[in-house]
Ligand binder design. Structure first.
Ligand SMILES: Nc1ncnc2c1ncn2[C@@H]1O[C@H](COP(=O)(O)OP(=O)(O)OP(=O)(O)O)[C@@H](O)[C@H]1O
Ligand SMILES: [Mg+2]
Length: 278
């Protein structure tokens, strides 16, 4: 279970992003976080996975507060998460196999045979069997997302977090991703957190939809409760109307960094990938 308590994060005094977020995500649930561009959805995912520290508040993962844990414990807790970043964030110079095997090389002592079996299994789960030797440049946007997803689940996480998994995909590919998210949630029994502004996707995936607005959660309910809400702010968002209580002036500037986390390819991985089986 994830418990977020009074989470506050700002980027300088002029830029409050989260102003006291409270949210409980129960084990096995599928929770979708909606909200306008720049409202802090990606920041929230980064705080949940301890990629960024909050100014104040707590993030309890199965009772352990990420904010106060020692570094090695944060590292251990982080292994519970698999993340599909807003851009699939694959390493272009590496094959599909290498992209998925990366975490297993880095964080486990599994043999190459075992890793190769795991990669094949995860690729089958995202309906991309046999694509190990392709490079990201050879993949369509939807396929990249699926490889990103195979990588996110490579270490058998308990929590899978998705940042805008369907953005930029055509409606059919978007639905393929929606079905995969549901399948993984059910088959792997993971807890799912999805950030999106795609309401078709939100309605389909969610057990619960929460809306982040002006730094706080202003709505928390089932898809049916969202559809039938009389809350004018939520209605304006789900109906995609320019007119309503959400004014342009209240909107935080569009996010210049779409949540891509760039890290250099670790040296050991480069070396080890050279001795990979064909
Ligand atoms: N590292 C950072 N330094 C400074 N400001 C940041 C940083 N990361 C995010 N922000 C700001 O925090 C706000 C929220 O960003 P965030 O990426 O969480 O938005 P979002 O809700 O995910 O938007 P989108 O739907 O466009 O992805 C934005 O105004 C963004 O510019
Ligand atoms: Mg974002």
């Amino acid at each position: 279970m994830i418990e977020i308590r009074n989470l506050v994060k700002s980027f300088g005094p002029q830029k409050p992003v989260l102003r006291g977020v409270n949210l409980v995500i129960r084990t096995g649930e599928s929770v979708v976080i909606i909200g306008r561009s720049g409202c802090g959805k990606s920041v929230m995912l980064k705080l949940i996975t301890a990629l960024m520290p909050p100014d104040s508040g707590q993030v309890l993962i199965d009772g352990e507060d990420l904010v106060t844990l020692q570094e090695q414990d944060v590292y251990r807790v982080r292994q519970k998460f698999g993340v599909l970043f807003q851009s699939a964030a694959l390493f272009d110079s590496m094959t599909v196999y290498e992209n998925i095997a990366l975490g297993l090389w880095e964080h486990t002592t599994k043999s190459e045979e075992e890793i190769s079996r795991i990669v094949a299994e995860k690729l089958a789960l995202v309906d991309l069997p046999g694509t190990e030797n392709l490079k990201p440049a050879e993949l369509s946007g939807g396929m990249k997302k699926r490889v990103g997803l195979a990588r996110a689940i490579a270490m058998s996480p308990e929590y899978v977090l998705y940042d805008e998994p369907t953005t930029g995909l055509d409606p059919i590919n978007a639905d393929v991703i929606n079905n995969l998210i549901i399948r993984l949630n059910e088959r792997l029994k993971v807890t799912t957190i999805v950030v999106t502004h795609d309401m078709t996707s939100a309605y389909k995936i969610a057990d619960r939809i929460v809306m982040l607005h002006r730094g706080v959660i202003i709505f928390d309910g089932t898809p049916d409760q969202v559809r039938n809400t009389t809350d004018e702010v939520v209605r304006q968002f789900i109906e995609g109307r320019a007119e309503g209580p959400i004014k342009q002036t209240a909107v935080v500037a569009a996010n210049p960094d779409p949540g891509i986390i760039r890290h250099p390819v670790p040296k050991r991985v480069k070396l080890r990938s050279k001795v990979m089986p064909e």
